[in-house]
Design a binder for this molecule. Structure first.
Ligand SMILES: [Fe+2]
Length: 512
């Protein structure tokens, strides 16, 4: 029931039940706000709040990163927090230059390299620059050559007045992270305008000595179910269901699967960067708090020569696969891209646990706008308050509005709303929705001015609710994410062919 209420909020009822993939016991299981709070307040928080727990866990898994001793000797074992702060991290003592950014002779035989996430002259609050101290400059590599068949790339070209939903999307699973399927987009990465939405369903690790990056834009990764072990140039992030991660444009990373098959969504922004929304009259805290964003610590792939005090990176023939203008390219190099011994700056990957989102809402009457659930936003260059995309999450919370219809108002929106469920728990003994009808990639799109809202039956039920009795919402182990963009989303052939149009009134297969 709660699921139906949830999905009504964004347009349509969808049948969702549990897929068979299981997350290891204890990794993640929260089916109510109470459990979420218990976990956050210390009863089961070891994997989240212990200093550097993520890094240590990943070291055990991958076995190719700096040891915990090395990290401790670096004196920076605390997992940094606070989004957009200036951070620094070193895997070895003194690897970070203490004063000058580009020293003549960096320690350990390191080279200095800089990554600019913004123009040099961007306002200070938007300036994203990071210095890396690594064994090999990323200058040395072969020329990039096409990696995929460009003629086979599915191009977004369908834009209709209809809304769409997908009870599932037909997607092969025998893929690694480099296989990301384009659902829709608008804009042009060549002009640094717009955004794209990809889906992934990966069942195997990226091959050893393979790395990926997107040159098209920052990637917001939203696992729907499962977990991703992301080794990045700046350190490691273990991203589980009900967590999100952001990988900045161009940052090389390798993804493995600590819990088997994993699926989810990627929002790639061709322009701007994700940031916390301004809070206005809410005040200084609430929604997603800056302190809860976790930033990786430097993790060096290699070893320290005690005789020469030189860092020796792992050697192998590496392949980098990069996305540019929605096309994949590849190059090779003879050294690991994960040879960064230290870094400092303002541009870095990060992750966020959606269970930490402090939802706010009405305490008297009316249904407020879903912008109140915004986690991250990418402001646009258009009118003030508009966004290339807002990422929002609608999770467990209390409904308390008196004399209010507890379902969303009927809505036509100049913004496009793409939404889908995020699974909190995958305990096989308690399958979501009774184990019925879950199909991966249930999601929907309320396009520009496409009306969405409740059915007559749902509307009638909502009219009978006793609104003087508060009700806990969203306790069925899923949340809904929302990507709300100022741009119409144009769909690919694949997306259109897998969709149902206007399912609220009459389900029929899209044929265009
Ligand atoms: Fe809406």
């Amino acid at each position: 029931m709660a699921l139906q209420e949830l999905l009504r909020k964004w347009g349509w009822y969808m049948h969702i039940a549990a897929e068979t993939t299981a997350i290891p016991s204890g990794l993640w299981d929260c089916n109510s706000q109470t459990l979420i709070l218990e976990r956050l307040h210390g009863r089961d928080e070891s994997h989240l709040l212990s200093p550097n727990a993520d890094n240590l866990a990943i070291q055990r898994t991958a076995g190719q990163h700096a040891t915990s001793d090395q990290l401790r000797r670096g004196g920076e074992v605390q997992l940094p927090r606070r989004l957009r702060n200036y951070h620094q991290s070193g895997a070895f003592p003194g690897a970070n230059s203490p004063v000058n950014n580009s020293p003549q002779n960096p320690p350990y035989g390191l080279r200095t390299e800089r990554i600019s996430g913004s123009s040099f002259t961007a306002p200070r609050d938007h300036n994203l620059q990071t210095w890396l101290y690594r064994s090999n400059s990323s200058l040395t590599h072969s020329d990039f050559v096409p990696y995929d068949d460009h003629s086979a790339i599915d191009k977004p070209r369908h834009w209709t007045p209809n809304g769409y939903m997908w009870t599932s999307l037909n997607m092969s699973t025998n893929n690694d992270w480099t296989f990301q399927k384009l659902l829709g987009s608008n804009g042009d990465p060549a002009k640094k305008q717009g955004l794209a939405i990809y889906l992934f369903h990966v069942s195997k690790d990226m091959p050893e000595h393979n790395a990926f990056s997107s040159l098209d834009g920052d990637m917001l990764i939203i696992p729907q179910a499962g977990a991703l072990d992301i080794q990045t140039e700046l350190g490691n992030l273990l991203v589980r269901q009900n967590e999100i991660a952001v990988i900045p444009r161009g940052i090389r990373h390798r993804v493995t699967l600590p819990a088997g098959s994993t699926r989810g969504y990627i929002c790639e922004v061709y322009q701007g960067h994700f940031r916390l929304p301004d809070l206005g009259v809410i005040g200084s805290t609430g929604l997603a708090n800056a302190r809860d964003f976790q930033i990786p610590t430097a993790a060096y792939s290699g070893k320290l020569s005690t005789t020469s005090q030189t860092l020796i990176p792992d050697t192998a023939d590496w392949r980098t696969i990069s996305r540019l203008n929605s096309r994949l390219w590849t190059c090779t190099q003879t050294h690991t891209p994960f040879d960064v011994a230290a870094w400092h700056g303002t541009s870095y990957p990060y992750k966020y646990d959606l269970a930490r989102f402090c939802a706010l809402g009405n305490v008297r009457f009316d249904e407020h706008d879903p912008s109140l659930f915004t986690v991250l936003t990418v402001p646009s260059n258009a009118a003030r308050g508009t966004a290339v995309v807002d990422f929002a999450v609608i999770g467990p919370r209390w409904q308390v509005g008196e004399e209010t219809l507890w379902i969303p108002y009927y809505h036509r929106n100049t913004m496009s709303e793409f939404y889908g469920p995020i699974v909190h728990a995958q305990d096989k003994s308690r399958p979501f929705n009774g184990g019925k009808e879950f199909r991966p990639f249930a999601c929907g799109l309320n396009g520009l001015m496409a009306t969405h809202g409740a059915s007559e039956a749902e509307y009638a039920r909502a009219q009978e609710i006793d609104t003087e009795k508060p009700m806990k919402q969203m306790q069925d182990r899923i949340s809904i994410f929302l990507l709300e963009t100022e741009l119409p989303l144009m769909l690919t052939d694949w997306a259109l062919e897998g969709s149902n149009m206007n399912p609220k009134s009459k389900v029929h297969k899209a044929k265009m």
